[in-house]
Design a protein around this ligand. Structure first.
Ligand SMILES: [Fe+2]
Ligand SMILES: [Fe+2]
Length: 150
């Protein structure tokens, strides 16, 4: 699998995401993967130099976009799981909550202009895209399919 640093394009990333069986969620996952690629490009640019004020502005913008879209996506997944009585909902929600908490730690680092946010956010996005989506989200596919949702 490609790491974010090695990611060459949006295309190479999204081929690695599993189909979770719900079209709107697949679409949201792809959009999130594209944000992750955008973030990895910033990280690459900053590998050999200190961020300038305009770099931090770009980081603020990309991070805000990621966290807003993550919030929307989690809300929609949770609403669907809850309304359909998905048995894995409580554990799944816990993972979302943990991810949101970790994002808020990254937010503080970014606000403090602490460059260590780079490693933390890369790990988070990696874990979330490849482990959460491909393993945890993937599990609801069959359940929703049986409920006639696609
Ligand atoms: Fe998801
Ligand atoms: Fe999820």
């Amino acid at each position: 699998m490609l790491g974010f640093r090695a990611a060459e394009s949006y295309k190479s990333e999204h081929c690695l995401l599993k189909n979770v069986g719900v079209a709107s969620f697949n679409k949201q996952h792809l959009r999130l993967a594209s944000y992750a690629v955008e973030f990895s490009q910033i990280v690459e640019q900053l590998a050999e130099r200190e961020p300038k004020p305009e770099d931090w502005k770009h980081i603020d913008a990309v991070f805000s976009r990621i966290s807003l879209f993550v919030a929307t996506h989690f809300r929609e997944e949770e609403a669907m799981m809850e309304s359909q009585g998905y048995p894995g909902y409580p554990g799944h929600k816990k993972q979302h909550d943990r991810f949101v908490d970790q994002l808020s730690d990254v937010r503080s680092q970014i606000n403090n202009r602490n460059i260590n946010f780079k490693g933390k956010l890369s790990t988070l996005l990696w874990d979330w895209l490849y482990k959460h989506i491909n393993e945890v989200d993937y599990q609801y596919g069959e359940f929703f399919r049986e409920k006639g949702i696609s």
